[in-house]
Design a protein around this ligand. Sequence first.
Ligand code: GTP
Ligand code: MG
Length: 420
Amino acid sequence: MNSLAYKCAAFLVIALMIRTLWLPRFSNFRGIPNSRFSLDPNLDNEKSKFLEVPQIVWGLNNQKIAFARACLTARMLNRTLLMPSLSASLFYKEVEQLRSISFDKVFQFDEFNARCGGFVRLGRYSEVSNTRDVFELQKGSGRRWTVDKDLQQLREFSKSPYDEYQMIRVVGKNPFLWHDHWPTRDYAKIFECLVLVEEISREADKVVSKIREIGMVERSRVAPLQNNVNATLQTIPYVAVHMRIEKDWMIHCKKLEHRLNISEICSSKEEIKQRVGNIVGLETPIVMYLAVADDLLEDNSILEGWGEGLLPYEKKKLGVLDKYKKHPYLIQSAIDYEVCLRSNVFVGNTFSTFSSLIVLERTQLMMSEGAAQRCGLDVRWPSYAYNLEGESNGPRGWAANMSDVSLQAISYGSNHVSCT
Ligand SMILES: Nc1nc2c(ncn2[C@@H]2O[C@H](COP(=O)(O)OP(=O)(O)OP(=O)(O)O)[C@@H](O)[C@H]2O)c(=O)[nH]1
Ligand SMILES: [Mg+2]
């Protein structure tokens, strides 16, 4: 009897040991069934591994950067990124109030994979075959969660035993806003795969046409145009100025100047007007599209005091405010971004991700055309920074440094930009 009891106890101990060793594999799994997952017999995704990330937040361009980091994280873990949700609104302090919007309502899903295939891939939830094979990866936050710790964690999770799970679900507070482990070129590759859905790019087409039509009328007053109207409209140039002067930014930038001991972050509207007016060689009359926050549309002083021949318009004066107002903040920002991107001359602030990503994309466009020179009015897509002084008291010529080892300068802003 004694020996039987002994054997039973030993068996129990062994069983407990096996269970303990086996448990970590499932310890982080909440086991909540997710209705988004479904088993699709047509998809042979048994071998596919996925990464799920939380809703992406903040302004459009910070969201693009965070999205690119999520893609690069998935790449590092040899996984497909499950198409994430973006945020349509700006209430970034109250995350529960953030209205989510699916990635494919803003950017073309298939086009993303067609362009980025072989580098990173976006997947749909319907591709996940085993919804229970999940490991939750808790990302740290705060000052003690350093870049090194973050990188170390990613390296660890790209290996056994974590590489065996079908899905890794990243949890944590805005895990992709902060840590940066990749060179600018990797980010640039991903931005190249982000193509707006047609509905949004058509809205931008309309705004751009309106700007060029006004420019054409103004030009014809000075020198009558003889050619076919449609053929010439595309050739009417315009300047876009991203005036970052809204109240919340002006308060924040003063603090930033103090903290970083830099005096070239905040530019007043007067400084912007003066520097833009000093761009050497700008042919006038020319329409200047002012990309400004909505609360500035009531401030008529932004439309006054520009140099001779510089004709300022914002969305209200252009008569396109209704087109914008139909959409949530994220889409409005995407339209504005597109209008600035396509401008003949762009002027922005180096301490803005909105401006910086426009300059990065314009630099890529020039590189794809093999242009050796990237600044000055002779190049195809010139950009300037009004917060930095350039030649003849004008804004400084600005092109993205594609050999940067990180996206630091673009995501946090820098006063060390040039035309390299
Ligand atoms: N902060 C703020 N900016 C606004 C608002 N409306 C328009 N903007 C403009 O939109 C720009 C931000 O564009 P987003 O596309 O949201 O980019 P972001 O990711 O927030 O990038 P930042 O330019 O670094 O703020 C700002 O630089 C503002 O000039 C607003 O209500 N608040
Ligand atoms: Mg912002």
